[in-house]
Design a protein around this ligand. Structure first.
Ligand SMILES: NC(=O)c1ccc[n+]([C@@H]2O[C@H](COP(=O)([O-])OP(=O)(O)OC[C@H]3O[C@@H](n4cnc5c(N)ncnc54)[C@H](O)[C@@H]3O)[C@@H](O)[C@H]2O)c1
Length: 256
């Protein structure tokens, strides 16, 4: 799908990848851009800069997603592209507090469910639409320093696969965005972590990969091409791959 003349919603647009997508979609000629973020002041500043519609919204709350969709449609008409991009990273193992796991689940996975419920049936009726769901390379591989991030980002990919199988034949395309390290609020101070090992990209680089991936209507969008290679290695020999992951983890947590 081309971005030109489309009505687009982007969540997590106050900073990082979401803001990068907003800037790029504006340059591509989107007709209407709605930006949402829990950081209300931050998202309004980006919206003002781009002449977009901005709205404070907690994507982990279904009613707030419904309100975002209703407001966007009031402003611009039916939504063509919904980018479910907001996410959080809470470090910890299986014993991290339930609240952190539940928050990760709501924001990184359930928000995609709420968005799909709110927009996919209408898109299917119109025979056209696009869902871009931001997962992570950690949704294909793992995040060695966060069980909650690993679980929630894997779930996001499984859910996107379900949506693609259900809605593809109805003209609604789905892509799942799987970057590794990207300079953003999330990675500030984490530059030495394994996710940065293959080089950090900018949000502009990610937006470039998204525009290309959406033009090709590719399900998996890998801004870092090496992740495709890692995915193949994992599929080829899961045990060998897991031994490699243990070595990566031991480097940052030598005591286990
Ligand atoms: N930066 C990376 O290296 C990287 C790598 C892979 C995937 N990702 C994913 O990219 C997406 C964007 O993250 P980013 O790297 O731009 O980080 P970021 O922290 O700069 O941006 C995330 C935005 O989401 C917002 N947000 C958090 N919780 C929210 C909620 N409940 N409701 C609404 N907005 C909320 C934050 O306020 C922030 O503006 C996330 O889903 C993240 O998991 C990032």
């Amino acid at each position: 799908m081309q971005i030109k003349d489309k009505v687009v919603v982007i969540t997590g647009a106050a900073s990082g990848i979401g803001k990068g997508l907003a800037v790029r979609f504006k340059a591509e000629g989107a007709r209407g851009i709605a930006l949402a973020d829990m950081n209300g002041d931050g998202v309004m500043a980006v919206a003002d800069e781009l002449g977009a519609f901005g709205m404070a919204c907690d994507v982990g709350d279904e009613d707030q997603i419904k309100a975002l969709v209703a407001e966007t449609e009031k402003q611009f008409g039916p939504i063509d592209i919904f980018c479910s991009n907001a996410g959080i990273l809470r470090e910890g193992d299986e014993d991290q507090p339930d609240k952190e796991i539940n928050d990760s689940w709501q924001i990184n996975a359930m928000s995609h469910v709420y968005a799909a419920r709110a927009v996919a049936p209408g898109m299917a009726e119109r025979g056209s639409g696009y869902l871009l769901n931001t997962s992570s390379a950690a949704g294909i591989l793992i995040q060695v320093d966060s069980a909650a991030y690993t679980m929630s980002k894997h779930a996001a990919i499984g859910f996107a696969e379900f949506l693609a199988a259900k809605y593809g034949p109805k003209g609604v395309k789905v892509s799942v965005l799987c970057p590794q390290g990207v300079y953003s609020g999330m990675t500030l101070g984490r530059e030495g972590r394994p996710a940065a090992a293959d080089g950090m990209l900018t949000p502009e680089d990610v937006a470039e990969a998204v525009v290309k991936g959406m033009a090709a209507e590719q399900f998996l969008i890998f801004p870092h091409e090496i992740v495709f290679e890692y995915m193949k290695r994992k599929a080829d020999d899961r045990d060998r791959w897991l031994r490699g992951m243990s070595r990566v983890r031991e480097k940052i947590f030598p005591s286990g």
